[in-house]
Ligand binder design. Structure first.
Ligand SMILES: NC(=O)c1ccc[n+]([C@@H]2O[C@H](COP(=O)([O-])OP(=O)(O)OC[C@H]3O[C@@H](n4cnc5c(N)ncnc54)[C@H](O)[C@@H]3O)[C@@H](O)[C@H]2O)c1
Ligand SMILES: [Zn+2]
Length: 681
C-alpha cells in the first residue's frame, strides 16, 4: 500500500469534518459518509475499485483516515448474490470482513451496505433534527413530496442493515432525478458524483426541511404554556437542581452507578413549560442511535418547580418505582428467548419542569451525549408537531434496536471499566501537594474529580492538568466558610450529578510553641482543618445519604494527631480533632453505607505548599538542618529510611476507597515510612 492519501479519501474526510462539526447536520457520533475510488492493487498491479466508509463508532466531526473502513467494491457488491434475506441480514456484517482491502481500516458498521450498494461515488447518511422531524411526522411521506418534489424520495421505516441498503440502491436507480431520500423514523441519505455534490445535496435537504418547518409550523408546537411551569430564575433553578441532583442520581443508579450531566438549556426548559410535554415524552425518541443512550423514554417529574423540594423528592421516588415496572413490562412484552438480558430498569434521562434535564451514563462523556441526544429528540418533536403529528417508530422496533444482538456484541467487547469508574470525588485543597496527587490518582483510576481550593485559578489549572471537563473540574472554596462549602458541593453535584468520595485534605501549618501561638493562629488552623472538614463532611454526607449509594470520606490527618512533636500545639491539636472526627463519623454514617477513614502522613516535603510556605524553614530550624535537606532528614529518622512523597498518600487514599477495602471503616493508615512513636494502638 502506498502512503499517499487517495484524493477521494482526502475530500471525504474534509466533507465529513465539515458536516459533523455543525450540530444541525447530525447528532454526536451519528451518521456516516463514504467515497468510492480506485487504487492500484499491490498484489496484481491492477486497478481496484474501493469504498471508504466511516467505521463503527467515531464521530464525523473529528473523523480521520484511520476511522474509515476500506472495502473492495466488487466483493462487497457480490454479497447481493449470497444475501439470505431480511430475516438473516445481520449475518452480512460478518461477511463485510471478507470484503476488506488490505488491513481493512476501522471495523465496518451496519450502514456499510447502504454506502456500498448505492451507485454513487459519494454518499452521506445523516441524522439532522430537521430531516428526522419530517421522517417522524405522521404524514412524512406526503410532506416529503410537498417539500422536496421528486428530488427526495421517501423510504418507509426499516431497521438499518443490508435490506435498507438494497432499498435505497433501488430507489436511486428508479429515480435518476433524486439526490437523496428521507428514511422514515430515522434520518436522511444523500449522494453525489463528486464530494462537493454530495455535501451540497445533504445540506440542501437539511436546510430545505428546516426552512419549510420554520415557515409552516403551527405557532405553539408544544401546546399552550402550562400555568406554573415557567422556568425558575437562574439562581433558584440551579439551587433547586443541586438540591434534587443526589436523589435523581440515586434513582438513575439503582441498578448500576451512573455519572450525571445537568443542563438547563432553553430547548429543554421551553419543552417542559408547555402543555404537550407529558404526552410527547411518553412517545419516546425515534432515531436508531438514541435507544441505547436515552432508553425508550425519559422519566418526567409531574410537579411544578414551585412545589417544595421534599414533595418533589417523594414524587421522584414514586415515579422511579413506576418507571422500573414500566420498563420491565416493555422488556417482557418484546423479549424473545435469544434476546440479550435486561440491562437495567432505571431512567437515563430525567426531566424536571422549570429546572432542567439530568442525563446519565457510564462516564461523563456518555452522560453528556445522552443529554445532547434528548435535545435532538425535543427538536425533532417540535418540528414534527409543528407540521403534523409526531409519530415515532413502533415500540417493538425500538426494542429490536435497543436489544439488537449486534449492539449487545459491541457492549460485550467494551474494555472492563477502571476500578473507580462512575465514582465522583471531591478533594479539598487539591490545587497542589498531596491533594493534587490524590486527585490525579483518583482520576487515573476512573473517577470524575472536583478540585476545590482557595484560588479558582489554581484549582482550574490543576483540573486542566489532570484532564478535560469530562474528568476534572476546579472550583473555588474556603472550607472554613459554611456558605462557600455549600456552594462548592452544589457546583460538584451540578458538574457530575452527585458525590461518592470526599477527601478532607485542605490544610495549613504554622510551627509555633505554646507561648508564641496567637489566638488568631489557633483559630485559623482550627477553622480550616477541624471546622473545615466538619463542614465539608456535613454537606457531602447529606448528598451521599440522599443518593443511597454509600460512599467514602477520607481525612488527611497527620502523624502529629498522635505524636507530640515540638512547637506544634495548634496544628497537632486540630489534627487530633480531625482524627477523632474519623471515628465519630465512621460510627454515625455506617448505617448509610458511608465509610470514614483517615491517613496519617508525615514528612512530605516535595510538592508540599505547607513546607514551601515557611513551615519547612521553621521545621528545619527546629531540627537544625538545611531546609533543602529536610526531606532526607525526615527519611533518615524513619524506620524504612524512605522519603514520603505526595503520591504515597494518594496510593493510600485509593486503597481506602478502592474495590478491595470494602469492609474497613474508622481506620487510620500511617504513611510515614515508619515512625515508632506514632504507631497506633
Ligand atoms: N506535607 C506533610 O508532610 C503532611 C503531613 C501530615 C499531614 N499533612 C496534611 O496534608 C494536607 C495537604 O498538605 P500538603 O502538604 O499537600 O500542603 P499544601 O499546602 O501543598 O496543600 C494544602 C492545600 O490546601 C489549601 N487550603 C488551605 N486553606 C484552605 C481553605 N481554607 N480552604 C480550601 N483550601 C485551603 C491550600 O491552598 C493548598 O493548596 C494538609 O491537611 C496537611 O496538614 C501534610
Ligand atoms: Zn442512521
Amino acid at each position: 500500500m502506498s502512503n499517499h492519501t487517495n484524493p477521494a479519501v482526502a475530500a471525504l474526510i474534509e466533507r465529513s469534518n465539515r458536516l459533523g462539526s455543525d450540530p444541525k447536520n447530525t447528532n454526536y457520533a451519528g451518521g456516516n459518509t463514504s467515497a468510492k475510488g480506485t487504487e492500484t492493487d499491490p498484489v496484481t498491479g491492477q486497478e481496484v475499485e474501493l469504498v471508504w466508509v466511516k467505521g463503527s463508532g467515531g464521530d464525523l466531526g473529528t473523523l480521520k483516515e484511520s476511522g474509515l473502513a476500506v472495502l473492495r467494491l466488487d466483493r462487497m457488491r457480490s454479497l447481493v448474490d449470497v444475501y439470505p434475506g431480511v430475516e438473516r441480514e445481520d449475518e452480512m456484517v460478518a461477511a463485510f470482513d471478507y470484503c476488506l482491502h488490505g488491513k481493512g481500516g476501522a471495523a465496518p458498521s451496519i450502514d456499510t451496505a447502504m454506502h456500498g450498494l448505492v451507485d454513487a461515488a459519494h454518499v452521506d447518511h445523516l441524522h439532522p433534527d430537521s430531516g428526522i422531524a419530517i421522517a417522524t411526522a405522521a404524514d412524512g411521506e406526503k410532506l416529503t413530496e410537498t417539500i422536496f418534489g421528486d428530488k427526495v424520495v421517501w423510504v418507509p421505516w426499516r431497521r438499518p442493515g443490508f435490506q435498507l441498503g438494497l432499498d435505497i440502491a433501488a430507489i436511486k436507480e428508479k429515480n435518476p432525478q433524486a439526490i437523496g431520500c428521507i428514511l422514515g423514523g430515522h434520518g436522511i441519505t444523500a449522494w453525489g458524483e463528486t464530494s462537493e455534490e454530495a455535501e451540497q445535496n445533504s445540506l440542501w435537504i437539511i436546510d430545505t426541511a428546516a426552512a419549510y418547518i420554520a415557515e409552516h409550523s403551527r405557532p405553539e408546537p408544544f401546546g399552550p404554556a402550562l400555568e406554573g411551569y415557567a422556568p425558575l430564575p437562574e439562581d433558584e433553578r440551579r439551587a433547586r437542581a443541586a438540591a434534587l441532583a443526589p436523589t435523581i442520581r440515586g434513582i438513575a443508579s439503582a441498578d448500576r452507578p451512573m455519572v450525571g450531566h445537568y443542563t438547563d438549556s432553553e430547548v429543554v426548559l421551553d419543552f417542559l413549560a408547555h402543555a404537550e410535554h407529558p404526552r410527547l415524552a411518553e412517545l419516546g425518541t425515534s432515531c436508531p442511535d438514541h435507544f441505547l443512550r436515552t432508553k425508550v423514554k425519559p422519566l418526567v417529574l409531574d410537579l411544578p418547580p414551585t412545589a417544595p423540594v421534599e414533595e418533589q423528592v417523594a414524587r421522584l421516588h414514586e415515579l422511579a418505582e413506576a418507571y422500573r415496572e414500566d420498563y420491565q413490562a416493555y422488556y417482557d412484552r418484546h423479549a424473545t428467548p435469544d434476546s440479550p438480558a435486561i440491562r437495567g430498569k432505571d431512567p437515563l434521562i430525567v426531566l424536571v419542569p422549570g429546572v432542567g434535564m439530568f442525563s446519565f451514563g457510564k462516564d461523563k462523556q456518555t452522560a453528556r451525549v445522552a443529554g445532547e441526544f434528548y435535545v435532538n429528540a425535543i427538536n425533532v418533536m417540535r418540528g414534527a408537531e409543528g407540521l403534523s403529528t409526531y409519530a415515532p417508530i413502533d415500540e417493538s422496533e425500538k426494542f429490536r434496536i435497543e436489544y439488537w444482538a449486534l449492539e449487545e456484541a459491541k457492549l460485550q467487547r467494551m474494555p472492563k471499566p477502571k476500578p473507580l469508574a462512575t465514582r465522583i470525588a471531591l478533594v479539598t485543597g487539591a490545587a497542589g501537594g498531596i491533594g493534587k496527587a490524590t486527585a490525579k490518582r483518583l482520576a487515573a483510576e476512573g473517577a470524575c474529580v472536583v478540585i476545590a481550593d482557595l484560588s479558582l485559578e489554581k484549582a482550574q489549572a490543576a483540573a486542566a492538568e489532570i484532564g478535560g471537563p469530562d474528568v476534572a473540574v476546579g472550583v473555588a472554596a474556603d472550607v472554613s466558610d459554611a456558605q462557600a462549602v455549600r456552594a462548592m458541593v452544589d457546583a460538584a453535584v451540578l458538574a457530575f450529578g452527585g458525590l461518592d468520595l470526599v477527601v478532607n485534605n485542605a490544610g495549613l501549618s504554622l510551627s509555633k510553641s505554646l507561648l508564641e501561638t496567637t489566638e488568631a493562629d489557633w483559630d485559623r488552623q482550627h477553622n480550616v482543618m477541624a471546622k473545615g472538614s466538619f463542614l465539608v463532611s456535613q454537606a457531602t454526607a447529606k448528598v451521599m445519604i440522599d443518593q443511597q449509594l454509600g460512599g467514602d470520606i477520607i481525612y488527611i490527618s497527620s502523624k502529629n494527631s498522635v505524636f507530640a512533636g515540638p512547637n506544634n500545639i495548634a496544628y497537632s491539636a486540630t489534627k487530633a480533632d480531625q482524627a477523632h472526627q474519623v471515628r465519630l463519623l465512621a460510627a454515625e454514617l455506617g448505617e448509610h453505607g458511608i465509610k470514614v477513614n483517615g491517613i496519617n502522613p508525615d514528612g512530605v516535603v516535595q510538592g508540599s505548599g505547607i513546607f514551601a510556605g515557611g513551615w519547612g524553614a521553621q521545621r528545619a530550624a527546629v531540627y537544625g538542618v538545611d531546609e533543602k535537606d529536610l526531606g532526607k532528614f525526615y527519611a533518615q529518622r524513619t524506620i524504612l529510611k524512605r522519603e514520603v512523597l505526595p503520591e504515597h498518600i494518594a496510593n493510600a487514599v485509593f486503597v481506602l476507597c478502592g474495590p478491595d477495602l470494602t469492609h474497613t471503616t474508622g481506620l487510620h493508615v500511617p504513611v510515614d515510612a515508619g515512625v515508632a512513636a506514632a504507631f497506633l494502638r
